[in-house]
Design a binder for this molecule. Structure first.
Ligand SMILES: *Cc1c(COP(=O)(O)O)cnc(C)c1O
Length: 391
């Protein structure tokens, strides 16, 4: 090698399914001095993170921690620790991430029953109820905000059914936390995990996890320890609680970023933050429809933080996404799974959820669609979106 490579990532407008943009103070937090993972000052920072995670998750759960790793690490920790061979689990699949949970559940040796809904709708509670009646069940898992489809899953009816049938409820809150209401205690959710890189707007790398006393007892009652050593929640809790037993070297800088990101959420206030996401998401959706495009998710269950829009006839997915990135510096997502090539996924998460991004994206997308022969009504799109943003 003659030249030493330099590191010079361009500035993007991150409007995909994650990561979202991060506030400069969150990124700057990662440059603060390193501490040892058992330094009393670092322990204090962990405790504050734990307290702030409880506030953002709206829970009093004692067992609340962040697993080292992206959102998938929280998924793996909860699934691997809550299930063991002989257990029965019901997994709701109406998109890519429900399917990922079921793949993990199958690896635990549990008996996995799948309940499905079309990719664009939520799981109907009656379908879960039918399976709960069929046989004793340890765990029901659903995805709160299905990032592959843009659908919000109603949780309370499913939670009530779980209580009635003595099953634990596991909720994937990766894309919902910090963007739309998540009420762990009020809804009676037993186990939940999230991620830093979606509506919490920190870099990818940590996964807030919380467990109700019932979920924690179920883990204590296991016959054998979890098959995962790194994500064994007993060992992780022994580091996060007062025992402070070494398990792994905490990702120190990531913990600083999480701390700053959670503080920003609380400074803004959860209700105002939900309102900001709602208002920008609805403006974007109204603008896309005014442009002449069709939204994919069921109208009654559309997430404001992740919008799915169908790619019009005659338009090639990668032409438009490539040009959005190259010419306007905007990243949006393509479809995954069975929606590959059929939809775009537009995120308005955390710091990326701004009125400016809504209008910039609509103008850029409209311009490119016209160049490719689709008669996008850009004027109407901007007009409708702007009037929704004003109100
Ligand atoms: C992004 C996402 C995940 C996985 O998170 P990673 O940070 O990519 O590991 C899990 N579930 C949902 C709903 C997601 O959107």
């Amino acid at each position: 090698m003659t030249e030493i490579p330099s590191l010079d990532p361009p500035k993007r407008v991150l409007m995909g399914p994650g990561p979202s943009g991060a506030d400069t103070s969150v990124l700057a937090a990662m440059g603060l001095p390193l501490l040892g993972h058992l330094d009393p000052e670092f322990i204090r920072i962990m405790d504050e993170c734990q307290q702030m995670m409880r506030q953002v998750l709206r829970t009093e759960n004692e067992v609340t921690l962040a697993t080292p790793g992206t959102g998938t690490s929280g998924m793996e920790a909860t699934v691997m620790n809550l299930l063991q061979p002989g257990d029965r689990a019901i997994i709701g699949i109406c998109g890519y991430f429900g399917d990922r949970i079921s793949q993990m559940a199958a690896r635990t040796g549990a008996e996995v029953t799948i309940v499905t809904a079309p990719w664009g709708s939520p799981i109907p509670p009656e379908a879960i109820e039918r399976e709960l009646r069929a046989a004793p069940t340890k765990l029901v898992a659903v995805v709160h905000a299905e990032t592959s489809t843009g659908v919000r899953q109603p949780v309370e009816a499913i939670s009530a059914l779980c209580k009635e049938h003595g099953a634990l409820l596991l909720l994937d809150c990766v894309t919902s936390l910090g963007g739309v209401p998540v009420e762990i205690d009020e809804w009676g959710v037993d186990a939940a995990y999230s991620g830093t890189q979606k509506c919490l707007s920190a870099p990818p790398g940590a996964s807030p996890v919380t467990l109700s006393p019932a979920a924690w007892s179920a883990i204590q009652a296991r016959e054998a320890p979890s098959n995962s050593w790194y994500l064994d929640l007993n060992l992780l809790e022994a580091y996060w609680d007062s025992r402070r037993a070494y398990h792994h070297t905490s990702p120190i800088s990531m913990t600083y970023a999480l701390h700053r990101a959670l503080a920003l959420v609380l400074e803004e206030g959860l209700e105002s933050r939900w309102h900001r996401h709602e208002s920008n998401g609805r403006a974007l959706q109204a603008g896309l429809e005014a442009m002449g495009l069709t939204l994919h998710a069921d109208a009654d269950h559309r997430l404001p933080v992740l919008t799915t829009v169908r790619i019009p006839e005659g338009i090639t997915d990668t032409d438009i996404r490539g040009a959005l990135l190259q010419r306007f510096g905007i990243e949006v997502g393509g479809g995954i799974g069975e929606l590959g090539g059929r939809i775009w996924r537009v995120g308005l998460m955390g710091e990326s959820s701004t009125a400016g991004n809504v209008l910039f994206f609509l103008a850029s997308l409209g311009r490119l669609l016209r160049e490719h022969g689709f008669q996008a009504d850009v004027g109407a799109a901007l007009d409708v979106a702007a009037s929704r943003l004003d109100s």
